[in-house]
Design a protein around this ligand. Structure first.
Ligand code: ATP
Length: 233
C-alpha cells in the first residue's frame, strides 16, 4: 500500500538561515522523483524534513495522513527511510553490524533480501565498513536502508565521489529497487544527468525554492537545465 506523498509550504530554518522557502512537491506512489539543484539549494534539508531529522513548518502528507508530528523512528515504521549524504555508515563496525543496525524486525529475512540485491556483502560480513571501497560503502548504505523495508526510500547524493562505472551500478540498483520492489524513490542529486537518466520526473531547487519542475524528458530538454545543470550539452 504505497501512497502518494504531497508536500505543502515546506520551510526549513537554521537559526537565521532560511534554507527551504515554501517548497511544494508531489511524489507519485511508485515513482522515482529527483530533487536537483546546486550546492546549498536546499535539497538535503528537504529530504531531512521528510525523514523528520530537521525541524520544519508546512506539511508532508503520505496518502491522506500528515506525518508532521511523527518522530524519525515512527516515520521509519511507516516506510520512510533515509540513506543520508556521506552514507552515514558506522566505519568502525563490520558490514554485518551495519546491516543489522538498519533493521527493525525480520532481521534474517531482510539480510537474505539485501544479499539478493548485493551478493558481494555476503562475503564481506565481517569486514570493517571503513575498509570497503567508496562504491562498496555506498552500496552498504543503501543495503542498510533496505534492511528497514522501506516503502519510500530517500537517497541523498548516492553518486557523490564515485567513478562512472560505480555510479552505473548504483543507478541500476535504484532502478531495480523501484521497478521490482515497487519502492518509491526520492533521489537528491547534484549530478543532474545521472538523476534524470533514471527519474520519472524532477524538481530543480534554487535558493530554497522550486525553480523548475517536470517530467524527466522535459527537464532534460529544457534549455535552462541544459545550460545550468547539464554543462551546456
Ligand atoms: P549540498 O548538496 O551542498 O548539501 P543542498 O542543496 O543539499 O546542498 P542544504 O544542505 O539543504 O542544501 O542547505 C541549504 C542551506 O542551508 C545552505 O545555505 C546551508 O549552508 C544551510 N544549512 C544546512 N544545514 C545547516 C545547519 N545545520 N546549520 C546552518 N545552516 C545550514
Amino acid at each position: 500500500d504505497v501512497k502518494d506523498i504531497l508536500v505543502k509550504g515546506l520551510n526549513v530554518w537554521y537559526g537565521p538561515v532560511h534554507a527551504v522557502k515554501g517548497v511544494e512537491l508531489s511524489i507519485p506512489a511508485g515513482s522515482i522523483t529527483a530533487i536537483l539543484g546546486a550546492n546549498g539549494a536546499g535539497k538535503s534539508s528537504t529530504l531531512k524534513a521528510f525523514a523528520g531529522s530537521v525541524k520544519y513548518s508546512g506539511t508532508i502528507i503520505v496518502g491522506d495522513e500528515s506525518i508532521d508530528r511523527l518522530p524519525v523512528h515512527e516515520r521509519v515504521r511507516k516506510g520512510l527511510v533515509l540513506c543520508p549524504e556521506g552514507r552515514g555508515i558506522f566505519y568502525h563496525m563490520t558490514v554485518k553490524e551495519n546491516l543489522l543496525a538498519g533493521a527493525y524486525t525480520n532481521k534474517k529475512a531482510n539480510l537474505d533480501f539485501v544479499f539478493g540485491i548485493f551478493p558481494f556483502l555476503k562475503e564481506r560480513l565481517n569486514q570493517i565498513a571503513g575498509t570497503l571501497s567508496g562504491g562498496e560503502q555506498q552500496m552498504l548504505a543503501i543495503a542498510r536502508a533496505l534492511m528497514a523495508a522501506p516503502k519510500y526510500l530517500m537517497l541523498d547524493e548516492p553518486s557523490l565521489g564515485l567513478a562512472p562505472i560505480v555510479v552505473q551500478r548504483i543507478t541500476d540498483v535504484i532502478k531495480y529497487i523501484n521497478e521490482n520492489l515497487k519502492i518509491t524513490v526520492i533521489l537528491v542529486e547534484q549530478n543532474t544527468s545521472v538523476a534524470l537518466s533514471i527519474a520519472h520526473h524532477g524538481y530543480v531547487l534554487e535558493n530554497g525554492k522550486v525553480a523548475l519542475q517536470g517530467r524527466a524528458e522535459e527537464l532534460r530538454d529544457n534549455p535552462v537545465v541544459r545550460e545550468k545543470y547539464l554543462g551546456g550539452v
